[in-house]
Write a protein that binds this ligand. Structure first.
Ligand SMILES: Cc1ncc(COP(=O)(O)O)c(C=O)c1O
Length: 468
């Protein structure tokens, strides 16, 4: 492709993207008729031997790819948690691709590192997070990770380094380490522990209360029992907004226990933490003052394209202790001066994209007011939906719903609720996912897509009522 062709095709692609997003309601939210292998069967089995025009590629996007998509940007997408985008964020992705820089070290692209540090500090301010997480604080700092799963993993690795006084980098014994969370925490924690060599048999699921939030008294008891058995408690993950039902583990009480017991506290606010952009919802991040690390995802509810997880720690020495390795080919005067950050030491891979651009573009071109209004509206719609569900005797609400997720089920039972979810999804008019609460199936009505309005929520509810 020549530079002129790139320019021309680029305009065509931007047109295509704009038409896709603005016309998204013409599509079913997901394609219920598609079967595994269908998309591949429409594509040539072997690579092309001659070049093709870009317009043919766009035609295949329309004819083959789009029918095989689940439309996450669709306003009737009520499944999982959202993965929003925004126009400035898309342009940030494009700019990053166009620059094609590797930001692994400060010296490999100083702007890549410095814009990122600044974005983390801007977000610390916007979310009202503790000052000790700032890049210019004495011991803390923030970094963009690809996902909350990666953030959890590096938190576990830092915790493991700290509890072993660094011995884990040599021949330290990690077989006695024990971690704690609830059964409602994200599976990323179990995965991260496994990667860190802490088996599931050393992962404790702390009992939760009637709102599915961790019980601090039980956490305290389990830590004592493990210590009495000669084990070494090292890591607690408290979730602020669980994936199942948006339960909020009581971080202030948990943090006090962790501090007393010298256990690393990671707080996972992947979905709900972003709500703190709205001043009256700042409570979502209560208790972070004593946490060792925290993460939240602008790629869920803030309109910054995936992948953009913000991870902060108050103990960067532990993180660097766990992950910093300095081969001769990566040495630089800037790093040795102590004045530069090499973000490769804050994450698992070496290489890294210029992800901060999409956050920077979004904050500058769309500002936070639009996101604040969207978050407030989604919370309002969820409370409105709850009133409607309560008024229908065939349904019951299964969990507290302080933000934008309503878990509900048919009084008739789990099999009927599963059948309802399947029928609704097969209609193509909306998409829902399920969870299990108190051993019963619950339908998750997650209101977070950027284009969702009252009309879509009402239509989604009427669909459920008509199929119930
Ligand atoms: C509370 C929570 N933690 C972690 C994750 C994992 O997020 P990611 O896809 O960024 O790894 C999710 C995903 O929905 C989540 O809801």
């Amino acid at each position: 492709m020549t530079p002129d062709e790139f320019r021309q095709n680029g305009y065509a692609l931007i047109d295509w993207i704009t038409d896709y997003i603005e016309g998204i309601e013409q599509f079913p939210v997901s394609n219920p008729t598609i079967a595994p292998g269908d998309v591949r069967a429409m594509l040539p089995p072997h690579p092309p031997t001659t070049t093709e025009s870009f317009s043919h590629v766009l035609t295949d996007l329309d004819d083959i790819v789009v029918p095989g998509l689940t439309h996450w940007q669709h306003p009737s997408f009520f499944a999982y948690f959202p993965a929003n985008l925004s126009y400035p964020s898309i342009l940030g992705e494009l700019a990053s691709a166009g620059m094609g820089v590797q930001g692994m070290s400060w010296v490999t692209s100083p702007a890549c590192t410095e814009v990122e540090s600044l974005m983390l500090d801007w977000m610390q301010e916007l979310l009202g997070l503790p000052e000790r997480f700032r890049s210019d604080s004495e011991a803390g700092g923030g970094v963009i990770q690809g996902s909350a799963s990666e953030a959890t993993l590096v938190a576990i690795l830092a915790a493991r380094w700290r509890i072993t006084n660094g011995a884990v980098n040599a021949d330290g014994d990690t077989t006695k380490l024990v971690a704690y969370t609830t059964a409602h925490a994200h599976s990323a924690i179990e995965k991260g522990l496994r990667i860190a060599g802490v088996g599931t048999d050393h992962m404790r699921f702390v009992p939760y209360d009637s709102s599915f939030a961790m019980r601090p008294d039980e956490l305290s008891r389990m830590i004592s029992d493990d210590r009495a058995a000669g084990l070494v408690p090292f890591f607690v993950c408290a979730t602020r907004g669980t994936t199942s039902s948006t339960a909020f583990d009581p971080t202030p009480e948990i943090a006090a226990i962790c501090r007393r017991e010298n256990v690393w506290l990671h707080v996972d606010g992947a979905m709900s933490g972003i709500a703190a952009l709205v001043p009256e919802l700042r409570w979502v991040n209560d208790g972070l003052e004593l946490a060792d690390s925290y993460c939240t995802n602008p790629h869920k509810w803030m309109g910054v394209n995936f992948d953009c997880d913000l991870f902060w720690t108050a103990d960067r020495a532990a993180l660097l202790g766990a992950l910093s390795i300095l081969p001769p080919f990566l040495r630089s005067k800037a790093l040795e001066s102590g004045a530069a950050i090499d973000y490769r030491d804050w994450q698992v891979p070496l290489g890294r994209r210029f992800r901060a651009l999409k956050l920077w573009f979004t904050l500058r071109c769309d500002g936070v007011e639009g996101t604040q209004a969207m978050i407030r509206e989604h919370v309002r719609l969820t409370q409105m939906l709850a009133e409607l569900v309560e008024a229908d005797d065939r349904f019951q609400i299964d969990a507290p719903h302080p933000l934008n997720l309503l878990c509900c089920s048919l009084v008739a039972g789990s099999a009927q609720t599963d059948a309802l979810i399947e029928a609704a999804n097969n209609s193509g008019h909306a998409l829902f996912t399920r969870t299990v609460l108190n051993d019963s199936v619950s339908l998750r009505f997650s209101i977070g897509a950027r284009l969702t309005t009252e009309r879509h929520v009402l239509a989604g509810w009427q669909l459920l009522q008509s199929l119930a």
